[in-house]
Design a binder for this molecule. Sequence first.
Ligand code: URQ
Ligand code: ZN
Ligand code: ZN
Length: 487
Amino acid sequence: MSLLIKGGTVVNADQSFVADVYCVDGKIAQIGPHLNVSNLPSYTQDTQVIDATGQLVMPGGIDPHTHMQLPFMGTVASEDFYSGTAAGLAGGTTCIIDFVIPAPQQSLLEAYHQWREWADKSVSDYAFHVAVTWWDDSVAADMETLVKEHGVNSFKHFMAYKGAIMADDEILVNSFSKAWELGALPTVHAENGELVYQLQQKILAMGITGPEGHPQSRPPEVEGEAANRAIRIAQALKTPVYLVHVSTEEALESVTRARNEGQRVFGEVLAGHLLIDESVYKDPDFNVAAAHVMSPPFRPKQAQEALWRGLQSGNLQTTATDHCCFCADQKAAGKDDFSKIPNGTGGIENRMEVLWDAGVSTGRLTPNEFVRVTSTNAAHIFNMYPNKGTIAVGSDADIVVWDPAATKTISAKTHFQNVDYNIFEGKQVTGIPSHTISQGKLVYQHGKLMVERGAGRYIKRPPFAPYFDAINKMRERTPPFSVDRDG
Ligand code: URQ
Ligand code: ZN
Ligand code: ZN
């Protein structure tokens, strides 16, 4: 099977150039100006040809933070792996990293196999972070099996959600150490779960039960404290750490300080936190305010400017959505108690277009930086590069053809996401995908999805240890700085 993209401008994280892109059997086979491939055996009457004149040809987006069909807070997220990955393709995202979240005392391996089964219906490629929600020797053993046999190289820790999946310091210290011994990356949801719990009780006792209580129970210092604590624990243990959904200046300051001191800390920012502010919680319509209940909550406007500066400066490296959808009837569980509103919002379908519109069209980001923060950096950090995250010969043919002039108005009435609310409702964007190619196949074109249930592949991600092993082996073989003068 082959596909040719003609006349476009290839945009990678490092450079842009006019070139055709020829894909064969799911891989990028040739890149160059005016390719002449019609005489190749792979070029047949079935070869799909896309005219990308005046458009950009970019690596398919990677969303490193989604929760398809997550069982959470007494319900299950409305978006499943089929509909969620399809919606992603409609927005130019061709790969997700979702989360296996074992219940406390549940075997990590058992949970992993459960999520693998759920994800089998995906229409685009996917990988998994695995959450460590409890600790004993069996957890350490399962982590080792997951790294060595199942291609997991990142382990998540929720510092929030007391009484459910919260990781206390004992779990953080044990798990960070084990993860790095295995060459895997610890990641954290940085909110102080004890503080959240106590503040929720205080606010409810004051008679504030509506969604407006949600951000009041999670002020910026709740994230700032946990972010700093996670970074300091990582520093003490000499492990790297990746902070998901950084939403506050306080957390960004901790990330920036650590990076300036040479500590290997990564930060992720959600499209929602860059564009939506806390005024949504004051909406008199419970359904609108509750639809925006996620953690960390949307913040005051000045936090958004700081987060954009974090992206522009390189102190935040990836963008994501934390796509975790609950419909109005599910959010209603918290009608009389905001702490019972299932936490989560959508976004996988709109991440790239809202970031292009607010990032590139405003001059905050160049097109190359856009590619870096929507695809390449995630591929690097989670060790999927160069299969993912770049337009290069030999890379997976996961590609988005981007029409910088096309416009669209985002709405739940027209989106593919399986949720009855869109946090970007009514937003008009300029610059949207015209075609999405997944594994070398055209799967989205001008508003039409052509996906195949189960076509998505599980992507194994090697640990980082081998690089260090190789370097150490090299050192063993040749004493440092010895040069064979005669050689
Ligand atoms: O905390 C998360 O990342 C998951 C449970 C999704 N929900 C949310 O509010 N972010
Ligand atoms: Zn989270
Ligand atoms: Zn999440």
